[in-house]
Design a protein around this ligand. Sequence first.
Ligand code: SAH
Length: 255
Amino acid sequence: MFNKEKLLSAFTQSLKEMFTVHSHFNQWLEKVGVELTDLQFEKLSRYLSLLKAKNQQVNLTRITETREAWIKHILDSLMAAPFFKKPGMHVADIGTGGGMPGIPLAILFPSAYFTLVDATDKKIRAVEEFARELNLKNIICIQSRIETFAHHLTHREQYDLVTARALAPLRVLVELAVPLIHPYGNVIAYKGPEYISELGMATNAIKTLNAEQPKVFQYSLPEGMGQRSLIQITKKTVSSEKYPRRDGIPSKNPL
Ligand code: SAH
């Protein structure tokens, strides 16, 4: 039954929640030196609604509670902001899933060009739809395995920055991502507290792909939502044509 008062109260509640989230959000973002405009905040909020709605048909995320999604999805995605050092950067988000961190970063940096890649057709089509609905002209979406994508001349060694969250263990990610950046470009891997053991295991992959020793940036999500880290990997010279190896091999038989 239609209950006008109940509806109104739910609406006021969600507005109130939006307001506190927005003001908190800019405080949290101060740490990484960015401030969202109202339009950017509105787009991020719209993205979360689209994600939640689409999640009914395509499995894109486990997190749908609003506050948790703002922190674990949006804020976390935006933590790579300090790596955007100049306008017009070319960025690939590999294994983007439902569009993270690519979509939030594309909202924050409208002058950067984003290529979002995922092997799953349903997911990449959902992300394409989100980008269209959010009027993000700086995003292209490609359905492909990274092993194949990274051998295309239009993508290989073409990126200033490659981001990857929850894609693969670091040693696998290094093989997939490093060939995409040009020498002195950066790979940014979003990790949890498990990064220490992953770093140890990635020594050989890092050496094989001619990358420099990784740098680690640790942070805590607000409201006790967990420890996270960003691993920055820079490469020194052009990658060998051998890498990444054929589909599935990097994870089946890691370097
Ligand atoms: N980055 C998103 C999704 C993580 S789930 C987030 O943080 O929420 C990992 C995603 O990587 C999945 O959508 C899966 O389809 C994709 N993926 C895994 N291995 C891949 C590969 N080799 N090539 C392309 N996509 C891959």
